[in-house]
Design a binder for this molecule. Structure first.
Ligand SMILES: [Zn+2]
Length: 242
């Protein structure tokens, strides 16, 4: 079975030689795939602009030793509106970057793939604030990767009730008994906002317009939380307008 078919989203690309391009994709069945698209940079390429970041494509690939080879690519969703808006492109780029960091090669990633496609659709649909959709996406991604933050109970003792302070290292909110005193007390609206970003579906989040103070606080916590637990910097994240 050297030829296979997959649906995927292009995460990043780079040039190879004169005319070819290497494409990194997140696919449903094969996880992260690195493939070469031959002749893609020629004007008469049969792939045209179909293999650019954000492209949601149906692919035929030939399994190679180091790199697979793309033999066919058809667009499933063009995400045209997303591509034409700077704020949405930057928020989407931060999503692609995070997915690139967590996805494993040759390991099915159906839930991750579906989450990414839903998030790109939410960005494409014209959200009130792309950065809010990005934060919701990142919290859902963390939950998927096994780092679901405790937001409705204490991360230390499990006591129910929404905590007012947050510890990135301990994985979420802390009650008054478990807090060490180093954690700052959050704006009253921040924990409810984080809980909504994690729990609501992305279409609901796309219509949300949270208050600026809790919005900023939540954003800083999301960034810190993701970077700490993935042990990676989110390079595109600070470029997102908020
Ligand atoms: Zn506690």
């Amino acid at each position: 079975m050297n030829l296979y078919r997959e649906q995927g989203v292009v995460l990043r690309t780079w040039k190879l030689g004169e005319a070819d391009r290497i494409v990194v994709l997140l696919t449903q069945g094969e996880g992260k795939v690195r493939a070469v698209a031959k002749g893609v940079r020629k004007t008469k390429s049969r792939f045209g602009g179909r293999l650019e970041p954000f492209s949601h494509v149906d692919l035929s690939l030939y399994r190679g030793r180091e790199l697979d080879i793309v033999t066919q690519a058809e667009v499933i969703t063009p995400f045209r509106a997303l591509r034409e808006d700077y704020d949405r492109v930057v928020a989407g780029t931060a999503m692609l970057e995070a997915v690139d960091q967590v996805a494993q090669e040759r390991e099915a990633a159906i839930r991750l793939y579906l989450l990414l496609v839903r998030a790109l659709r939410a960005l494409d649909g014209g959200p009130r604030d792309p950065s809010v959709v990005l934060d919701a996406f990142l919290l859902k991604l963390m939950a998927l990767e096994g780092y679901r933050p405790a937001l409705a109970e204490c991360a230390g003792c499990g006591a129910r009730g929404q905590p007012r302070c947050f510890s990135i290292a301990r994985g979420g909110g802390l009650c008054e008994r478990c807090r060490t005193g180093q954690e700052s007390t959050l704006d009253a609206a921040t924990m409810p906002l984080l809980a909504a970003l994690l729990g609501d579906d992305l279409d609901t989040t796309a219509t949300a317009e949270p208050a600026p103070a809790s919005r900023r606080e939540a954003g800083a916590l999301v960034k810190g939380y993701v970077e700490y637990h993935l042990d990676r910097r989110l390079r595109a994240y600070p470029l997102v307008a908020r």
